[in-house]
Write a new protein. Structure first.
Lengths: 271, 323
């Protein structure tokens, strides 16, 4: 142990910043921290794309032949569903990551620092958003390889991707509440699925609602995942876009506005 | 003004009363050892003082600032090292320190300079560029403490800083803490190790079941429980009860003797031990008890704990974590 420098001459002098600039700065530091993690363990990122690719192959080549989709080929019907499913499963990563931070005592340390209480959550959800962008690029490539085509234009396709990322970002905040409430990361994942599963599969993501029993149909047609999937179909395959895109945006922004403060409130009590 | 002032702190988790009116003060530039078994309320106290938990009742200030009404200002002045090393395994040591600096809103340049300085100070310069995943337990602990010193806090909280370390790392950690203290850091240290409190702390507060049961310097605490200790080791466990009885009669000291069945020893407080020892040997011999060893020693904090709580500092503590 060297005794050269005095460790504690006087408190460090922080740079003065406005409250908002401070909160954004804190969030950026934590985003960077999480992204470094993704880059250092690329295996995790790689394997998180394996599952959606298997889903593409399963529905395209195994189930697809048995599913009738009026007005478009099944692969064009399927891929918007796969995209939305993929970003939603990616949002579960938020709950797993936060549960790990909590379990390792990192949240305890962060909470004892004089930073914005939204920063840890903003940093995590933003890093997961960046990760979702990467995964989307990959799944799109796979989609094009198996015959998916955009029948509108590039801008509409990009708008569709932006919409899905926004929707997933809103869900990330919801999953962060689960992550901060779970005893460990495995449980966080298990707790997320009962929520995720009916939303993803009792929807129009993979099959038209017309074949579902009458009690399930109203839910399957109007729940947010279906709304977002239908908006993506309209944007990539043509047809009336505003009918689906507007409610999809409302759902995404609405969820974000409700879930963000709830998550921050949960964070303030997390130990 | 004291660096830390705590008055009547109470905290309840469901049916468990974790704190039942804790009072303590830490003078500036001193070390307070908060000593107690698992579940005594040490971590809860630290968490309230570091603004992680809100107390149900009572008042606490750090550096004169109320922890409940102005938590953010408190956070700017404290450093916390929690029970397990809170380090991100995916970052390097340098990055970990730099990030904390930036979260304290230091300029990037200052944050980097501070990281370099702390790595050197904590013998981590060579490891600074490596990912923490490959660090040993002792290195993680040192990095953890370095992270809590980035902002040059006025009060440092160390929650069981040597729990889980091997003996060598533990000694290294003691040296490190002593150096920090020599430089004038006010420190509140929790521990369940009596030798640790004795070596590092100026004052000791003994806490059990959420209440303070004793406070003072190590010497004062030892003085409180009477004179030297007489420790007798016998040949067979079934001789322990009779030995205890004989010792109690002869020494006539209030405060019960302690029987350790595994070590086959009976320990009792005794005065004028130079007269007592020959008597005791004779008495036990007459009673046909095989005496293996008779030792007179100064009381340790272990004895303090036994006398005050009726149980040892480790071992038969409550089940469950320290909440």
């Amino acid at each position: 142990m060297t005794t050269a420098t005095n460790v504690l001459p006087e408190p460090a002098t922080p740079v003065r910043r406005s409250k908002l600039a401070g909160a954004v700065g804190d969030a950026l530091v934590l985003t960077e921290r999480n992204l470094i993690g993704y880059v250092r363990i690329p295996e995790a990122l790689f394997f998180s794309t394996v599952q959606p690719i298997m889903f593409v192959l399963l529905f395209r080549y195994v189930f697809g032949g048995a599913i009738a989709t009026p007005g478009m080929s099944y692969v064009d019907y399927l891929m918007p569903g796969i995209f939305v499913q993929t970003v939603m499963f990616g949002a579960v990563g938020t709950s797993i990551g936060l549960a790990e931070d909590l379990h390792k005592g990192l949240i305890e340390r962060f909470r004892s620092l004089p930073m914005a209480s939204s920063a840890v959550l903003a940093g995590r959800t933003t890093a997961d958003l960046v990760r979702n962008v990467f995964v989307m690029v990959l799944i799109s490539a796979v989609g094009f390889l198996v015959g998916f085509r955009v029948h509108t234009n590039v801008l509409a396709f990009l708008a569709a991707i932006g919409l899905m990322l926004l929707f997933a970002y809103a869900l990330s905040w919801g999953f962060s509440i689960i992550g901060l409430s779970a005893p460990n990361s495995e449980t966080a994942q298990l707790m997320s699925f009962p929520l995720l599963f009916p939303l993803v599969f009792a929807s129009t993501a993979f099959v038209p609602a017309a074949t579902m029993p009458s009690w399930l149909r109203p839910f399957a047609e109007h729940q947010p995942v279906s709304v977002v999937v239908n908006a993506v179909r309209a944007l990539t395959q043509g047809g009336p876009t505003a009918r689906w895109v507007v409610p999809a945006l409302l759902w995404s922004v609405g969820l974000l506005v409700v879930l963000m403060p709830l998550a921050v409130r949960r964070y303030r009590r997390a130990i | 003004m004291n660096a830390v002032e705590v008055e009547g702190l109470e905290k309840r988790f469901g049916d468990t009363e974790a704190l039942r009116g804790v009072d303590l003060t830490v003078e500036k530039a001193t070390v307070l050892g908060l000593l107690g078994p698992n579940g005594a309320g040490k971590t809860t106290t630290v968490r309230i003082l570091t603004t992680l938990l809100k107390a149900d009742a009572g008042r606490a200030t750090v550096d004169g600032i109320d922890v409940a009404s102005d938590p953010r200002r408190v956070r700017a002045r404290i450093g916390l090292t929690g029970q397990y090393a809170a380090v991100d395994e995916r970052l390097t040591g340098f990055e970990s320190l730099e990030h904390v600096g930036r979260l304290f809103h230091l300029s990037t340049r200052e944050a980097r300079a501070r990281a370099t300085e702390l790595l050197e100070r904590f013998d981590l310069t060579d490891a600074g560029g490596r990912v923490v995943k490959g660090y040993s337990g002792g290195m993680r602990r040192r990095l953890d403490i370095a992270m809590s010193l980035v902002s040059r806090p006025t009060v440092l909280f160390l929650d069981e800083p040597t729990t889980g370390l091997d003996p060598r790392s533990r000694l290294g950690m003691w040296d490190l803490i002593e150096e920090l203290v020599a430089e004038g850091t006010t420190t509140l240290l929790t521990t369940q190790y009596l030798d640790e409190a004795e070596r590092l702390a100026d004052d000791i507060v003994v806490i059990d079941h959420g209440t303070v049961i004793a406070k003072g310097t190590a010497d004062e605490l030892k003085g409180q429980i009477g004179g030297d200790r007489l420790e007798v080791t016998v040949g067979r466990p079934d001789e322990l009860a009779r030995t205890a009885e004989l010792l109690r009669d002869r020494c006539a000291v209030t405060g019960a003797e302690h029987v350790d069945v595994e070590a086959r020893t009976v320990t009792i407080a005794a005065s004028e031990t130079h007269k007592i020892v020959p008597d005791v040997v004779r008495l036990l011999d007459d009673a046909g008890i095989e005496v293996l060893d008779v030792v007179v020693r100064r009381p340790t904090l272990d004895d303090v704990f036994l006398q005050l709580t009726g149980h040892a500092a480790d071992g038969d503590a409550d089940e469950g974590g320290d909440r």
